[in-house]
Design a protein around this ligand. Structure first.
Ligand code: NAP
Ligand code: HSE
Length: 430
């Protein structure tokens, strides 16, 4: 059989998983592809680091040119992570006429349009199935199987670490810091969890999905982002009383030639599929004009699920090379659609306030909301603290404009009877 060589950049969580699959299942996979998959070089930072697998002698290198200038590596698999030097290496590989597979959402989110054009010019593949949802087939279906659809919306739980933390807080009433420590102990959260818990990882993934679903770049600063660090165990108790779960959602919508893109914790009705996605699982709901709602569910991280997506991309390329076919899967973008600012959003809100426990307080708050056309759907008063003379008020509103809600919050904060605006969480209706 003919051979096709692979240069693997990165031998960490994902890279080790990919190398393991290529070494252990290589013969069977090569038979499926009709061409032998040969792992030729592996780029790492530290060649002396202990690894969970043993590679054949002479594969490891710390010199990217051993892959990028190597005619024996027509496929480059980038699983190093980070923006640089990954972007430069991917660009150089494409310029050299090499096919590229990457799991790097940050690179695709920031440089996707440029790299897509480059791949098309050079007539090579740039595949990135593992960049969103790990092993869940999602990029392929958006690029191929749902192509006849106008995609109207995406609502997704695309960060397993935060979903694990939120599930522990919701199910077992543990506080945020305890749940985070557990997520770190289980290897879901990094020692520095900022990217996950502040919603940055989800923003990158939403930007990648918007490229495919809406065929538009969405500049990252225009994606509204709010993490999960301000959620407290009591928010979950109130959510349950009101018939909701709290999930970190990535939401993209196309409406009247504009797009909306936001990542934030949201109240999700308990009976819906998204509300039932627990632990480190991901779920991505896509709504198309023809297909209706489709939900993709599975493990969004980890060496085995992620290598499933990466190796599948390698197989797509190998088969195409074997068939001497031109790549078919370029992403053709439309002109950039305007991004709607958050203050245009209309949604319901959950508002938790700590206030003085005395007559007339609720009336003052209701007055501010009423003046800004924000209608109250329900109010519950909780957790009175007689020694401090305070009480907790939870307000659910009817749909209202975000701009009006933010203005109301500013005024409510200034009321002498309000000790604290403890939380504002948007409600994502069915
Ligand atoms: P990781 O465990 O930190 O591994 C990174 C690897 O890249 C290491 O082997 C490192 O070398 C190598 N590397 C980093 N910078 C390098 C440089 N400048 N030159 C040479 N080698 C370099 O990362 P990971 O978790 O596998 O993630 C890799 C990519 O996959 C990221 O884009 C991530 O977002 C994406 N992804 C990860 C998961 C997951 O479950 N982890 C899931 C989906 C997508 P050393 O080993 O020598 O330090
Ligand atoms: N850190 C990500 C998560 C996995 O927790 O979902 C890599 O995309």
């Amino acid at each position: 059989m003919a051979e096709i060589g692979i240069g693997l950049m990165g031998l960490g969580v994902v890279g080790s998983g990919v190398a393991q699959v290529l070494l252990q299942k290589g013969t069977a996979l090569s038979q499926q592809a009709g061409i032998t998959l040969a792992l030729r070089r592996v780029l790492v930072r530290n060649p002396h680091k202990p690894r969970p697998l043993s590679l054949p002698e002479g594969l490891l290198t710390t010199n990217p040119d051993d892959l990028l200038n190597n005619p024996q590596c027509p496929i480059i698999v980038e699983v190093m992570g980070g923006e640089e030097p990954a972007t430069t290496y991917i660009r150089r590989a494409l310029e050299a006429g090499k096919h590229v597979v990457t799991a790097n959402k940050e690179v695709i989110a920031k440089h996707g349009p440029h790299l897509f054009r480059l791949a098309q010019q050079r007539q090579v593949y740039l595949l990135f199935e593992a960049s969103v949802g790990g092993g869940i087939p999602l990029i392929g279906p958006l690029q191929r199987d749902l192509l006849a659809n106008d995609i109207l919306s995406i609502r997704a739980i695309i960060n397993g670490t935060t979903n694990y933390i939120l599930t522990r807080m919701a199910r077992d009433g543990v506080d945020y810091h305890t749940a985070l420590q557990e997520a770190q102990a289980k290897g879901y959260a990094e020692p520095d969890p900022t990217n996950d818990v502040e919603g940055i990882d989800a923003v990158y993934k939403l930007a990648v999905l918007a490229l495919l679903a809406f065929r538009t770049p969405v500049p990252l600063p225009q994606i509204y982002r709010e993490g999960i660090t301000h959620l407290q165990a009591k928010d979950f108790r109130y959510a349950h009383e009101l018939g909701y779960e709290i999930k970190l959602l990535a939401i993209g919508r196309k409406e009247n030639g504009t797009v909306q893109a936001r990542v934030h914790p949201a109240f999700v009705p308990s009976h819906t599929l998204l509300a039932k996605v627990d632990g480190a699982y991901n779920a991505i709901e896509v709504q198309g004009d023809l297909v209706g709602r489709v939900v993709f569910h599975g493990l969004g991280a980890g060496p085995a699920p992620t290598s499933s997506a990466v190796v599948n991309d390698i197989l797509t390329i190998a088969r195409s090379v074997k068939a001497q076919a031109r790549p078919l899967s370029w992403v053709n973008l439309h002109t950039a659609l305007p991004v709607r600012p958050l203050h245009d959003l209309t949604t319901q809100y959950y508002l938790r306030l700590n206030v003085a426990d005395r007559p007339g307080v609720l009336a003052q708050i209701a007055h501010i909301l009423g003046d800004l056309s924000i209608s109250i759907a329900s109010v519950i008063q909780k957790d009175a603290d007689p020694s401090a003379g305070t009480a907790e008020i939870v307000i659910m509103t009817h749909p209202a404009r975000e701009g009006a809600m933010q203005e109301a919050l500013g005024l409510i904060r200034r009321l002498p009877v309000v000790r604290e605006v403890s939380n504002l969480i948007r409600v994502e209706a069915e």
